[in-house]
Design a protein around this ligand. Structure first.
Ligand SMILES: [Ca+2]
Ligand SMILES: [Ca+2]
Length: 320
């Protein structure tokens, strides 16, 4: 029995050594994955913290300079080629207001435009205590819902923070840039045509679903499925690939509001009046009336106004 025990011990030890050698040789056999390279150009990709068992991710596809992703917030931007367009609405456009005229030619340089409105998640990176509204149990505070209850001054503070963190030069769009981006080459009253009741395909507005809660609202005769703000990017984009350019929230622009500004606006890169009391918001909110979802629609708000109807999106003049 003593010899047998000794024999079994030797066999067992041999097995352990063989298994150990096998495991070591397997590790050596594993291919060395190439280091993930980070492109230096205008398309940014989050650096991959390469674990050996993860596949090598392809670099972001698409032509350089069409898209940009901010590394601090993950915010997506679309390149908008510069060009000229007819800004404002003609006298015979239904629901138009006098401050939308006269129609005048405007040319803007190219810029990156936020693909979506700034979200609660992106805003809370700056101010973790910020809370968007809650109405009767309907929350505006989901991570991917647009941030609301932010004044023009709050938007400027956010931009100052993001520029410091990113080393870039983000800003609000000018009113002209906003309308140019919203029209996306269209000359109709809305970027999809002229029918208000097609709005539900392109954005979250006052609709049949909202009417189930606010029964006295004048609504669009269509259903977008949302009572308050929707997560960004739920509807069809416009021809430039921008989402929620109609509905969800009014969006702050960088311009002072001037009722008669279009009469004297410079043709090239207009910046709005030099001074004023109110700032321009564009893009209509989740509770908008039929007619307000037109591309030329303007509204003025005081810079310190915080409400459940307005948020913002950013512009980046250059990724350099
Ligand atoms: Ca709605
Ligand atoms: Ca909007």
């Amino acid at each position: 029995m003593g010899k047998m025990k000794w024999f079994l011990s030797v066999v067992l030890l041999g097995l352990v050594v063989m298994i150990a050698l096998f495991l070591v040789s397997r590790k050596d056999d594993q291919p060395v994955l190439p280091l993930q390279s980070v492109p230096a150009a205008e398309n940014y990709v989050e650096p991959v913290t390469g674990k050996d068992d993860q596949p090598d991710l392809p670099l972001q596809s698409g032509p350089a300079s069409e898209n940009y992703v901010d590394l601090v917030t993950g915010m997506d931007f679309v390149w908008i080629d510069g060009g000229c367009f007819e800004m404002g609405s003609p006298d015979d456009e239904q629901s138009r207001k006098p401050d939308e005229g006269p129609v005048h030619q405007v040319c803007v340089d190219g810029f990156y435009m936020g693909k979506y409105e700034v979200t609660n998640r992106q805003y809370q990176l700056f101010n973790g205590k910020h809370v968007s509204r809650n109405i009767e149990g309907y929350s505006f505070n989901g991570e991917e819902q647009p941030v609301t209850d932010v004044s023009w001054d709050d938007a400027m503070a956010y931009i100052e923070w993001l520029n410091r963190e990113s080393g870039k030069t983000f800003r609000l769009p000018t009113e002209a840039e906003w309308e140019y981006a919203a029209r996306a080459g269209s000359k109709t009253s809305r970027f999809w045509g002229d029918s208000p009741d097609d709005a539900c395909m392109y954005g979250n507005i006052a609709d049949i679903t909202a009417n189930t809660f606010w029964s006295d609202w004048t609504i669009h005769n269509c259903d977008d499925g949302y009572i308050v703000t929707a997560p960004v990017g739920q509807f069809k984009p416009n021809a430039f690939g921008l989402y929620d350019m109609v509905g969800n929230v009014w969006e702050w622009t960088g311009d002072w509001y001037g009722k008669d500004y279009y009469e004297n606006s410079p043709m090239k890169n207009p910046q709005g009046p030099l001074t004023g009391d109110t700032r321009v918001v564009r893009g209509t909110p989740w509770d908008d009336n039929p007619g307000d979802e037109r591309s030329a629609k303007r509204l003025e708000l005081e810079p310190n106004y915080r409400g459940q109807y307005n948020g913002f999106r950013l512009v980046l003049p250059s990724a350099k």
